[in-house]
Design a protein around this ligand. Sequence first.
Ligand code: FEO
Length: 391
Amino acid sequence: MRATEIADNVYWVGAIDWNVRNFHGYTTPRGSTYNAYLIRGETNVLVDTVKRPFFDQMVSRIKSVLDPKEIGVIVSNHVEMDHSGSLPLAQSLTGAKILASKRGVEGLGLHYDDIVVEGVEDGQELHVGNRTLRFMETPMLHWPDSMFTYLVEDKILFSMDGFGQHLACSRRFDDEVDQDVLMYEAAKYYANILMPFGSQVLKTFEKVKGLDIKMLATSHGIIWRKDLGKIINAYLSWAKGESKEKAVVVYDTMWGSTQIMAEAIADGIASEGVEVRPYRLADSDRSEIMRDVLDARAVVVGSPTLNNGMFPSVADFVIYMRGLRPKGKIGASFGSFGWGGGAVKAMREHLEKAGLEMAFEDLEMRYVPKEQEKLKCFEYGQIIGRKVKGG
Ligand code: FEO
């Protein structure tokens, strides 16, 4: 397998994982890549490695440029195993020194017995021949150990998980792929991986704003070289929790009653001119739903009561969303029950803990909604729609 030269003597030597469909609970229908980079010079530097099963693919690409034993330094920007998994094999093959942030040293030590790692300080520079690597700590983007590495003379920022996408592709650059697919996957990635860390994303932008960046060399998916403003502006908007006049109605149903309610509520929202996207959880994937939640103003969740609590698929969704802590959303809770109820109250508690502003009264109906009750659901949707529009 061949390396791809992305700048003079800077190579992509990563791995393409065409087949991965689940990345720690997040669905990846388009696969992914684990990007590693080789800088050839007086000292040859490898920036990150790949998931362990892909070690041979990375080595094969490195060998298309040089003998791996000629690598003197390996920079580990992030401890998570999709990037560090091949570090022990890579150090044993090359004998190279591994550099990581202080918390990276700690994290790698808690993963592997058989590597030696040196810590670098935030802002520290390493001169390798006529090139300079600058290390910049970026905690919680995506783990406490995370750091960016800036290749000063080439103006390349190795941005690790930042600006990535789970997108397997034979192309390497943003200007070579379908823009809608690219932004869809970038948004899905942000929503499911970085959404809880919006304030750290904004702090990172403050930290790097003085840098002249020509290329964002991410750890997943394609590299940004043409339209950096597109992804940077999208990240700023997502990190601030900006939203559109849009609502997502997420529900599941047992005997059809909650679905009747959901459809009438969605219809009411749409009647106010607000974009609405209903999702029945039995047929939907929570990580796709979160991509839509990312830029929605309202999240409306419905469940039938089962054994005095939420339907299991709804419980799964609200707990998942609670962990992702969406910013700046309004929420509503509705559902059907037969006798005791309980789902709507439980959903409300979780949605409040997720940080949603619960701006509406709960809407509950017993057994099967009749015409009058469907109208009530429609009107409930209208109230939500007007609030989404700022009324
Ligand atoms: Fe791609 Fe947080 O690892």
